[in-house]
Design a protein around this ligand. Structure first.
Ligand SMILES: *Cc1c(COP(=O)(O)O)cnc(C)c1O
Length: 388
């Protein structure tokens, strides 16, 4: 497979077994836990499903490494298994980590509770203020952790500066690129060592699988694979199949989601019931310049605040006919969520406010429906709020 092919071609053809297994055009599912012993020389060559070396794992690893433009990749049983394996692969007791403010909730809990309990400390940095980062580095700092687009405020940090800062200070640079997907952002080109995805979201994209992925250069990836093999967070054969099947349409889906999100962001920005819209594709958005520099698409997520706060958010959610009121993102169906009522419910209103999350903040994950239908439904839902 020639790596000069464009992304959509690689999504279909990269990593495919050659020759095809029994001529199968779609790679078969290897529903087996173990394999006959051959001439294995090392433990990791023993063919066993948990060691992430089944044909289904290797096909996905090849496809993902090709689309991320990295040496290697692995798939995992969830996004959190990808994140924990990646972080455990480069941190041990006594080490220190720099993390961007506004992390995904599960990642934040893992770092602030589990890593801390193991003697790994961290400092939160402002992802958009590189001149403040050096002051946070200590002699035990080992890694820098960023997210491509933060949740739910959809801010983009100084990503290129983060990767070069990490290199200058001898740190492993990690980026959770879930919200961007490889269609909109290529973090390896910016210099990141390890690229992480919750494949539950765009990579699988059909709201029917929980999975994760890590891609990167050969040396750090060998450590990630070893950690994953020890911790056991492997993706099942059927999970591998679903992800494999989905990856072939990633480009088509994400570009449709980009278009739908952009169209809905414009409806929101023009409506009097809306106080504020966050979408990196809007020229007035604080992240727009950074998005234009590095992203090839502005993403399928839009967040906004309604003038009527949480009451209006509840009313909008029940007025909409197409968007389903559910957390998660990246699937073919448009979803709407109110973080204060769902993902951030455990926080007090004060804690939410400190993170910039008002009770009326609402987040849409665009699906692949016709943008005209999505916009008409959104316009009608907003009109029911009767502002002014
Ligand atoms: C959903 C998500 C995760 C966690 O992924 P799971 O597949 O649910 O384990 C991590 N990071 C981001 C940005 C996410 O959106």
């Amino acid at each position: 497979m020639n790596d000069d092919y464009r992304l959509d071609t690689r999504l279909v053809h990269a990593g495919e077994p050659s020759p095809r297994i029994c001529g199968a055009v779609s790679a078969p599912i290897f529903q087996t836990s173990t394999y006959e012993t051959g001439d294995e020389q090392r433990y990791e060559d023993v063919r066993y499903h948990r060691l992430n070396n089944s044909p289904n794992h290797r096909i996905l690893a090849g496809k993902l490494a090709s689309i991320e433009e990295t040496d290697d990749a692995v798939v995992t049983g969830s996004g959190m298994a990808a994140i924990s394996s990646a972080l455990f692969s480069c941190l041990s007791a006594g080490d220190h980590l720099l993390v961007q403010r506004g992390l995904y909730g599960g990642t934040w809990s893992f770092i602030s509770e589990d890593l801390t309990a193991l003697g790994i400390t961290f400092t939160v940095i402002d992802g958009a203020a590189p001149d403040t980062w050096a002051a946070a580095v200590t002699p035990s700092t080992r890694a820098l952790y960023m997210e491509a687009i933060t949740n739910p405020l959809l801010a983009i940090g100084e990503l290129a500066a983060a990767a070069s800062f990490a290199r200058e200070h001898g740190l492993v640079s990690l980026i959770d690129a879930t919200f961007a997907s490889p269609v909109n952002l290529q973090p390896a080109r910016l210099g990141f060592d390890l690229i992480i995805h919750s494949a539950t979201k765009y990579l699988n994209g059909h709201s029917d699988l929980v999975a994760g992925a890590v891609a990167g250069r050969a040396a750090p990836m060998a450590r990630v694979l070893k950690t994953l093999n020890h911790h056991g967070g492997c993706l099942s054969p059927h999970g591998c199949f679903l992800l494999y099947r989905s990856l072939k349409t990633l480009g088509l889906r994400v570009r449709a989601q980009n278009r739908a999100a952009e169209a809905m962001a414009q409806v929101l920005a023009a409506h009097p019931a809306v106080a504020r819209v966050a979408y990196p594709g809007l020229p007035a958005d604080p992240s727009h310049e950074r998005a234009k520099r590095w992203f090839t698409g502005f993403g399928g997520m839009v967040s906004f605040e309604l003038e009527g706060g949480a009451t209006a958010a509840r009313r909008l959610v029940s007025a909409l006919r197409l968007a389903i009121f559910a957390p998660s993102l990246g699937g073919t169906e448009t979803l709407i969520t109110v973080p204060a009522l769902t993902t951030h419910l455990a926080l007090s209103p004060e804690e939410r406010a400190a993170q910039g999350i008002s009770d009326g903040l609402t987040r849409i994950s665009a699906g692949i429906e016709d943008p005209r239908d999505l916009c008409a439904d959104l316009q009608r839902g907003l009109d029911t709020l009767n502002v002014g």
